[in-house]
Design a protein around this ligand. Structure first.
Ligand SMILES: [Zn+2]
Length: 377
C-alpha cells in the first residue's frame, strides 16, 4: 500500500474513534453537537455515525426537545454491544458479575465454593462461569473476557500470585483459569481491582487512598490518576500497617496489623455476630456493647486514615463489603477522630464512600477488558 493510502485509512480510523469516544463520553448527544465540538465536517460525522451504527456500536434512539426547527436525534453507544465478566475469589466463596461498556454491573451471583489449590476447584469455578454465561444467554461473541480478582499480591506480569497467605494461594496461576475457559482471561489483585472501580467512578481524582473493607482488609494508593503498584507490587497494603506492636496476631505472622482491627472478619470476631446481623442491631441503638465495638472499629480506622493522610495528602475512599453500611453519622465520627489534634485537617468532601459492596473487586476486575475495548475503537 502506498503512503497516501495508508494515511487515508489511518485518518478514517482516527475519525471513527474520535466520534465513538465522544459519544461514549457524552452518553447522549446529537449529530450537530458532534460537528461543533469535534470541529469535523457534517459529512464526515454522518459517514462515521453510519459506519458505527452499521457495526452495531451506536444507536439513534429518541429525539431531543426541539429548540425550533427539526428535532435532533439522540445518539448513544450500544452499552451492551460487548460485556466483560468479573470474578472475585475469596476464601469461602466467589462472586461473579457482568458489566456493560459503561462499567455498570448488570448481573451478579455468588457461589459458596471454598478455595483450594486443586484441579477440582478450578474445574468447579470454570464450570460455574460457563453455567452463568449459559443461564444468562450471553452470546459468546459478546464476551470480551473474564477477569479474575483474587486475594494476594500478583506478579508484575499479572500471571501469578506471589504472596497469598490468606487463602494459601501463593503460586495460583492465570493459566489455572485460562486453560479451562474459551475467552481471554486476566488476573488481578483484588485491592487493585477495587481501586480501579473507585477510580473509574471518580475519574476527576488525581490521588486517593483506598480502604477496602472486605472480609480481609485491603488497600490501594492512587497517584496521577493511576494505581501505584510499587517495586514488588505491594503498594497500598495498608492491612499490614502495624498500629499496635502488642496487638492480636495477624495471618502474616506479625502482631497488631490494621487487618486485626479493621477487616470485616475482625469486626465479626469482636461482635461475635455476622456483619449482616451486626449492623441492623447496632442501628437500633439499644446496645451499648455493640456501639462500643463499632466505635473501637472506627477509632482504629480513623487512626490509620490520619496517618496515611500525612503520607498521601489526598481524599480517602471507603470501599468494599462494609462500605454500604457506613452512615453519615459514621463519617462525621471518623472525621472528628481524624481531625482531633491533627496538624492538617481533612474535610467532609474528602471522604468518599464506594457503592458496590462485596462485588467491588469483581466489577473492578471486569473493567480491564472494558477499557481495552473502548480504547480499541
Ligand atoms: Zn499482617
Amino acid at each position: 500500500m502506498n503512503e497516501k493510502g495508508f494515511t487515508t485509512i489511518t485518518l478514517k480510523k482516527i475519525n471513527k474513534s474520535k466520534v465513538y469516544q465522544y459519544v461514549y463520553k457524552k452518553k447522549q448527544t446529537s449529530k450537530l453537537q458532534i460537528v461543533q465540538d469535534l470541529q469535523m465536517g457534517l459529512s464526515t460525522v454522518s459517514q462515521n455515525l453510519n459506519l458505527l451504527e452499521k457495526e452495531g456500536l451506536i444507536e439513534r434512539n429518541g429525539y431531543f426537545d426541539s429548540t425550533g426547527g427539526r428535532k435532533a436525534q439522540a445518539i448513544q453507544i450500544v452499552s451492551d454491544f460487548r460485556i466483560s465478566i468479573g470474578i472475585g475469589i475469596l476464601k469461602n466463596m466467589f462472586h461473579i458479575t457482568t458489566v456493560d461498556l459503561y462499567g455498570n454491573s448488570i448481573c451478579t451471583d455468588t457461589t459458596p465454593v471454598p478455595y483450594s489449590n486443586t484441579v477440582d476447584y478450578y474445574d468447579q469455578v470454570a464450570d460455574n462461569i460457563k453455567d452463568f454465561i449459559l443461564k444468562n444467554n450471553y452470546d459468546s461473541e459478546k464476551i470480551l473476557g473474564i477477569s479474575i480478582a483474587t486475594q494476594g499480591i500478583i506478579s508484575p506480569d499479572n500471571t501469578t500470585v506471589t504472596y497469598g497467605s490468606i487463602m494459601n494461594n501463593t503460586g495460583m496461576n492465570l493459566e489455572d483459569f485460562s486453560r479451562r475457559l474459551p475467552y481471554p482471561c486476566h488476573l488481578e489483585h483484588d485491592s487493585k481491582a477495587a481501586a480501579y472501580l473507585e477510580l473509574w467512578n471518580h475519574s476527576d481524582l488525581d490521588s486517593a487512598v483506598i480502604f477496602l473493607l472486605n472480609r480481609n482488609l485491603g488497600g490501594a494508593i492512587i497517584t496521577n490518576h493511576a494505581i501505584h503498584h510499587g517495586i514488588s507490587m505491594h503498594s497500598g497494603s495498608i492491612e499490614h500497617m502495624c498500629i499496635n506492636p502488642d496487638g492480636p496476631l495477624c495471618y502474616c505472622g506479625n502482631r497488631g496489623c490494621l487487618e486485626t482491627y479493621c477487616s470485616a472478619n475482625s469486626l465479626e470476631h469482636s461482635a461475635q455476630l455476622p456483619v449482616k446481623e451486626f449492623f441492623p442491631l447496632l442501628r437500633k441503638k439499644n446496645s451499648p456493647y455493640l456501639l462500643q465495638i463499632w466505635e473501637d472499629y472506627l477509632n482504629h480506622l480513623a487512626f490509620a486514615m490520619k496517618n496515611l493522610n500525612m503520607v498521601i495528602d489526598a481524599p480517602i475512599i471507603i470501599s468494599g463489603y462494609l462500605a454500604p453500611y457506613f452512615t453519615q453519622e459514621d463519617i462525621e465520627y471518623l472525621l472528628e477522630r481524624i481531625n482531633s489534634a491533627a496538624p492538617f485537617k481533612l474535610s467532609r468532601e474528602h471522604i468518599l464512600v464506594g457503592a458496590h459492596g462485596q462485588y467491588t473487586p469483581a466489577i473492578g476486575a471486569a473493567l480491564f477488558f472494558v477499557e481495552q475495548f473502548i480504547m480499541s475503537i
